[in-house]
Design a binder for this molecule. Sequence first.
Ligand code: ATP
Ligand code: MG
Length: 300
Amino acid sequence: MDQANALRGRIRQREEEYLSNNFSKYKNGGRSKLLAVSSGKGGVGKTNFALNLAIGLLKQGKKVIVIDADFGLANIEILLGLSPRFTLLDVFSGDKNIEDIIITGPHGLKFISGGNGLSSLPNINSKQLSYIISNLAYLDRYFDYIIIDTGAGISDSVVNFIRACEDIIVITTPEPTAITDAYSLIKASVDGFIGAGGLNFKLVVNKVDNTEEGFEAYNKLSKVCEKYLGITVCSLGSIPDDANLVRAVKKQEPVTISFPGSASAAAIEKIGFEILDIKQGPEPFGIISFVKKLVGIFNG
Ligand SMILES: Nc1ncnc2c1ncn2[C@@H]1O[C@H](COP(=O)(O)OP(=O)(O)OP(=O)(O)O)[C@@H](O)[C@H]1O
Ligand SMILES: [Mg+2]
């Protein structure tokens, strides 16, 4: 029994050394800014926002990739009318390289289907992990922004995901149920989490009748977050309820492409400018740090 324990201990030590060596290679390689798009309540507009934000940033000359990490449903594929053959799971199983699974959509938008990939990360072994890291390092080198559509709700996988991120864009609508669910998501993410101070929550209020309604929703949420959680939530603005967006969804096209002059497209573009204005630290966070946090490895 003792021998078995000692053996396990040695294997673990070797794994840790292996990881540490492989991570340190990429220590200074990150340059992409990771933006997670999340919500408490489903159906509030995450996927549309993520896609249109990406197109807005692309139009500003940034290199952008969107990762669909909505574990249940492959939303982005449907909204873009694309059907990728391979997903992150094919990279994680070692069958594909990251370049093989990136597909190109409208305006040269790059997109990766997550499959169930990112949620199963914590369960993989060190060898697989270092293969994944070396593949993901490619994204850090080539993209300015990595936008991740996380899916809705307060499941462990979404909460872990958020905790591994630096910037989290929370989408809500002005409906009280959506605001309450957004609060619950933020609460679940920060409660008992030692790194809570490093999380930057930014709110987008979608489907508003007017900007006043957006302000009110933001004020409500930010006040309770301040009061009960002691955290500051920033405002990224609001997006009007817009029939053009619904028409675009029916055409399986992002509204910023189908109806670039529409109210919702203009609002999302404005949020893109806000994001471009946000001052970054000396070194962007990058996807490697994200994966390291996701699997709970901080060495390297
Ligand atoms: N600004 C808007 N104006 C009008 N309708 C909107 C707006 N944003 C989203 N919608 C409607 O809400 C629907 C859901 O949007 P979307 O798929 O982006 O939500 P989601 O949060 O990603 O949903 P899920 O939680 O299921 O992934 C859209 O198909 C569209 O009909
Ligand atoms: Mg979605």
